[in-house]
Design a protein around this ligand. Structure first.
Ligand code: LLP
Length: 416
């Protein structure tokens, strides 16, 4: 999706210099072509599976609509995500309501929307049963089970370790499913796990399935019939240009194990997946303008996007490749910093870049996943716009916020 034309960085057939001029900076710019390519890669690799896009990665309605149109379902982690997923056209029978701490209001909304639930505790199970009973509904559920796997990723995004807050311990699973079978308004139809994010090997997925194999048989013995086994999301992407497994690699690793488990089960579950990052991550760049270049202890390039716009480098020490829109080369080593009043506001450390000046446009790559969705208004900075590019076309898919948006929900009591 990215190319150089006469030295200028293009996304599809649109110049990044033009985009920055026309829409201002900072802006997130998404390539429709790349997004569709990623969606098709999953469809091709998993033709008999249900693919639930993890809405948390990027909940822009236009982006989600491109994904829902390809028949994907959605993994939602809050009532707000459920609301947006329904608006974006995801079909309710392919929506799984995830979450480790759902409020009664959220559970009620999920029940009224008639989606399936991934249940994180027996407390939650009882709440769902009670609320479903009030509405005369029977809700299909899976438990999220913690397979205790180390996915070898950043500790903040490893979710299936023994000490993780997510899921029920494996040793409690049979009891939890027994309880579900005994309750009138819930029906266990699946099992769910998710071991972490930005996983660069396929072996942890296989390991998790193998670890749970015995449990599936035990659960069938007590009367559970599986419609699906959901192996979560987590496939990593190539942030550093060092390679990453593709959906095809994941399929080659997990489908044979899944088929083997399935052949020994009396129910015939479908394989479900919940990719987020690997669908949207590399479809988007963040364009930011250089406000100042300063030589100090280090060479600093101060840009207009900080951790208010992209928090990943600060929060996870994440690496994002950086390009200057109309220059190439490796003249200097720069540290790119944002405008936020915190010394930790560093987007990219010690990067070899062409000689950079005030006014240059810098592209930060692979920012489609956990980019805009994790942005904030910190330091009184309105959130930025999002743009979708399709061939030569570029349109706004989220307007930049105004100063009015900074105060829109604030109230000053009259007694002040
Ligand atoms: N399913 C569940 C239950 C999840 O918790 C997640 C991500 C996914 C699916 C999608 O995982 P993915 O395919 O995107 O790796 N903000 C962090 C990532 C947090 C991931 C949270 N859960 C980051 O920027 O790296």
């Amino acid at each position: 999706m990215l190319s150089r034309r006469n030295g200028i960085l293009f996304i599809e057939d649109v110049s990044t210099i033009y985009l920055a001029q026309r829409f201002g900076t900072p802006i997130y710019v998404t390539s429709k072509r790349q997004l569709e390519k990623n969606v098709l890669a999953y469809k091709d690799a998993f033709p008999n599976s249900e693919i639930l896009y993890a809405v948390k990665a990027n909940n822009n309605l236009a982006i989600m609509k491109i994904i829902s149109k390809q028949g994907f379902g959605a993994d939602v982690f809050s009532a707000g995500e459920l609301y947006m997923a329904l608006l974006a056209g995801f079909s309710r029978d392919k929506i799984l309501f995830n979450g480790n701490s759902k409020s009664e209001e959220e559970i009620e909304m999920g029940i009224l929307a008639k989606v399936k639930f991934s249940v994180d505790s027996t407390d939650e199970l009882r709440t769902i049963n009670e609320i479903a009973g009030n509405f005369g509904e029977e809700i299909e559920i899976a438990f999220r089970v913690n397979p205790e796997i180390d996915p070898k990723t950043h500790p903040k995004i490893a979710t299936g370790l023994r000490e993780s807050k997510f899921g029920i311990p494996m040793e409690d699973a049979v009891r939890a499913y027994e309880l579900a079978l005994s309750l009138e308004n819930v029906k266990p139809v699946g099992l769910h796990f998710h071991i972490g994010s930005q996983i660069l090997e396929t072996s942890p997925f296989v390991e998790a399935m193998e670890k749970l194999e015995k449990l599936f048989f035990e659960l069938e013995k007590i009367g559970v019939k599986f419609d699906f086994i959901d192996i979560g999301g987590g496939l990593g992407i190539d942030y550093e240009g060092k390679g990453a497994p593709t959906p095809r690699d994941l399929a080659n690793a997990v489908i044979p194990v899944f088929e083997k488990i399935k052949s020994n089960l009396s129910s015939k579950p479908k394989l479900w997946l919940e990719p987020g990052r690997s669908i949207v991550g590399n479809s988007t760049i963040l364009l930011t303008r250089v406000n100042a270049v300063k030589k100090g202890y280090k060479n600093f390039v101060a840009v207009d996007a900080g951790f208010n716009i992209l928090i990943r480098p600060v929060m996870y020490g994440a690496y994002h490749r950086v390009l200057v829109a109309d220059k190439e080369g490796e003249d200097e080593i720069y540290t790119i910093v944002g405008p936020i009043c915190e010394s930790g506001d560093i987007i990219a450390k010690d990067r070899k870049l062409p000689k950079t000046e005030k006014g240059d446009i810098i592209a930060i790559l692979d920012t489609g996943a956990y980019g805009f969705v994790m942005s904030s208004q910190y330091n009184g900075r309105p959130r930025c716009a999002e743009i979708l590019v399709n061939g030569e076309k570029a349109v706004v898919i989220r307007e930049k916020e105004s100063f009015g948006d900074l105060i829109a929900k604030q109230r000053i009591p009259e007694w002040i």
